[in-house]
Design a protein around this ligand. Structure first.
Ligand SMILES: *Cc1c(COP(=O)(O)O)cnc(C)c1O
Length: 436
């Protein structure tokens, strides 16, 4: 396969040097710094459809898609047009707008698992608010989470299991008080015994179980439906609320997300990413009864100056409206399955240690033959392989998120030809990784 052996990245490198004088590590979100792969991060000038162009003029087929929001690809016509039409009337009013109603109605009419919702400005904010709501409704304090699930940079969720007892959690970030970490219990995914035991011991003190039903922030740790159903039943039994953090899976693995896909009714759901069509929007949602606890109806306070910003609502509306076109998710899913099968078949022929878990339009390249369902099954050594892989892909014009723990996303704008081209490059990059 022909490719430029060395893509020039001088402009990105210079911009990154400049950025280091302004931002910690030169970035405004840590993973963007390319720390776990090689070279300076690419500074992106523009995106169109499935492709992005960096400041040096290199083009890439993009599987990061802004970390998930861009399910229609870059610079989607309908989103752009509605955003421009909306912003022409002013950017923000701090007052209700018709567009907020329109997006709320569109979502609630088509998502059978929720009755009321509140818009916020990010996934982190949605999760933070959902925890407060769960605590406010139950009058209990502790949160049960799973190792390998990411829920944004909320204090009490930047916590991992300590050694020994599940209750001895330790913070994964400086600046989180130990007393907060103590309110969080962390157990492994797919471990019913740990779940049963923790609920039996601490259920009286646990406000909620929070889970990514499609864990996609630490590899793609697809769970058995029976484990998710078990969470539902145990939560009912112990009077604990079940929160599905659907910031990635929401509107991605189907319009009704993982709740719809697995047919499970969570108590509270959180959204982000796709819901804003590329603009900063998050939301949390639940039954009318649970949401009645939120201010100004109820005592759980939560507010936002730019919440339901009309320009962001317009982007979300234009995005989700297109997701409702019949066959939309089926097409995406079939494309993704064909793409991953093409690469998997090649890896099997060549005897490469690679598995490509996928669901809907999310996929993950795992340098392993195991079916990985828990964070501790991921070998750190495999990240060295990813580093080579990522570098080789950049050289060939394919952009993946710059960490082996990140999943890839396929958008409606990725054509069959794009995916064939990309698959060829992925296979060639794997040849280099495996020294073939
Ligand atoms: C991205 C993500 C978040 C955080 O959302 P931000 O908009 O980055 O704050 C929370 N939970 C999950 C599951 C996510 O994937």
């Amino acid at each position: 396969m022909e490719f430029t052996n060395r893509i020039p990245r001088a402009t990105s490198a210079a911009l990154f040097d400049e950025a280091r004088q302004y931002f910690p590590g030169g970035v405004n979100s840590p993973v963007r710094a390319f720390k776990s792969v090689s070279g300076p991060p690419l500074f992106i000038r523009k995106g169109q459809g499935s492709r992005i162009t960096d400041e040096d003029g290199n083009q890439f087929i993009d599987f990061c898609c802004s970390w998930g929001p861009l399910i229609h690809g870059h610079n989607n016509d309908r989103i752009r047009e509605l955003v421009i039409e909306t912003v022409a009337n002013g950017a923000s009013f701090g007052a209700p707008t018709r567009l907020g109603n329109a997006l709320g109605k569109l979502i609630l009419d088509n998502h059978p698992y929720i009755e009321r919702m509140r818009f916020v400005c990010s996934g982190t904010e949605a999760v933070m608010s959902a925890l407060r709501l769960a605590r406010g409704v139950t009058g209990k304090n502790k949160v049960l989470k799973f190792e390998g699930c990411y829920h944004g940079h909320v204090d009490s969720l930047l916590v991992k299991a300590g050694s020994g007892l599940a209750t001895l959690s330790t913070s994964t970030s400086a600046g989180v008080p130990e007393s907060y970490a103590r309110e969080t219990i962390v157990i492994p995914l797919n471990d019913r015994e740990a779940l049963e035991q923790t609920l039996a011991e601490h259920g009286h003190d646990i406000a909620c179980i929070i889970v990514e039903p499609v864990p996609a922030n630490n590899g793609l740790l697809l769970q058995d439906a029976s484990f998710l159903q078990c969470l539902r039943l145990k939560a009912y039994k112990h009077n604990v609320l079940l929160i599905f953090d659907e910031v990635i899976s929401g509107f991605r693995v189907g319009f009704a997300g993982a709740a719809g896909r697995y047919g499970i009714q969570p108590d509270i759901l959180t959204f982000g990413k796709i819901i804003g069509g590329g603009f900063p929007v998050g939301a949390y949602a639940a039954s009318a009864e649970i949401m009645s606890h939120v201010a100004p109806d109820g005592p759980v306070y939560q507010a936002g100056t730019l919440a339901a910003n009309p320009v962001a609502m317009a982007a979300g509306f234009a995005s989700l409206e297109q997701c409702l076109v019949p066959g939309f998710y089926e097409d995406l899913e079939e494309k993704t399955a064909r793409f991953t099968a093409r690469i998997q078949t090649y890896c099997d022929q060549q005897d490469y240690t690679v598995t490509i878990p996928h669901i809907g339009s999310i996929f993950w390249i795992a340098f392993s033959r195991e079916q990985i369902q828990r964070a501790d099954q991921i070998e750190t050594a495999s990240m060295e392989k990813f580093k080579i892989f990522h570098h080789e892909l950049l050289q060939r014009g394919v952009y993946l998120g710059p960490s082996g723990y990140e999943v890839g996303f396929i958008s409606a704008a990725h054509t069959e030809a794009d995916l064939e081209e990309a698959a060829t490059h992925l296979c060639a990059a794997l040849d280099v990784v495996f020294g073939n």
